[in-house]
Design a protein around this ligand. Sequence first.
Ligand code: GLU
Length: 304
Amino acid sequence: MRRLAADPVGRFAPSPTGPLHFGSIVAAVGSYLSARHGGGRWLLRIEDVDVPRSVPGAADGILRTLERFGFEWDGPVVWQSARTPAYDEAFARLRANGQVFGCACTRKEMADSMLARDGTRRYPGTCRTGLPPGRAARAWRLRVEPGVVAFDDAVQGHVEEDLAADVGDFVLLRADGLFAYQLAVVVDDAEAGVTEVVRGADLLDSTARQIVLQRLLGYPTPAYAHLPVASNAAGEKLSKQTLARAVESADPAGVLVDALDFLGQGPPPGLAGSGLAAVWAWARQNWAMARVPHRRVVPAPRYG
Ligand code: GLU
């Protein structure tokens, strides 16, 4: 299994679509401790590239909660909404190399095509060789070459994805004029010098797309660690949609200890009662990625 970098630069990259829930705290804790345990830096980026999905006030709430929990990030917070010129530049490079094509297909037209692994539709390749007569480009897609993309995840082990078969040519510039998450995250991580991406396993299916983009743009590929995602007792993923209990007003030391327990770190009994600083001191010293359960979903019924 590939080790995480010796002098790590990690990051936490929440989307401001609602308050932090237990699953987001788990991703924050895992990425923070992995970076800090290795004596590295931890960056914070607000992923508000998807403006229509961003909820007013959510980003401020997230920052306040992280502060209350005692997270300390390095450097200024990066806001994706301010980074369009960087995405433009990367997109222009791909386009100049012939790796991007305009696509006229509407969602409705693609409704009959195969379902991709993450539930989105696999692109059937309709506009790959040129736009149909009389049609204009709505979105811009990356031309995905055949071949398996493989990586060694520090938690999930060896992962392979046949991107052309599973996803197909994916969108980089959306019909509403916004850059897609896949492009934004790759440009942001590379420019910030991120060496390790520690995040929830719900994003495992995005990683192959991001690796392909890194290669085409000449960026290094960071190490990956995809943490288990919290579910309720019924096995359903906790998310803002399922109204998972927000942690905004909860006792931070207690939630942190629950997150450490969820991540298999074995916090000693009574740790929560010794206060936030003591929890962090213990966690920093004792963090071990090898103890994180090698599963994609782990129940956290208290928070469901
Ligand atoms: N913004 C994504 C989310 O909140 C995380 C992206 C990432 O860590 O790469 O789910």
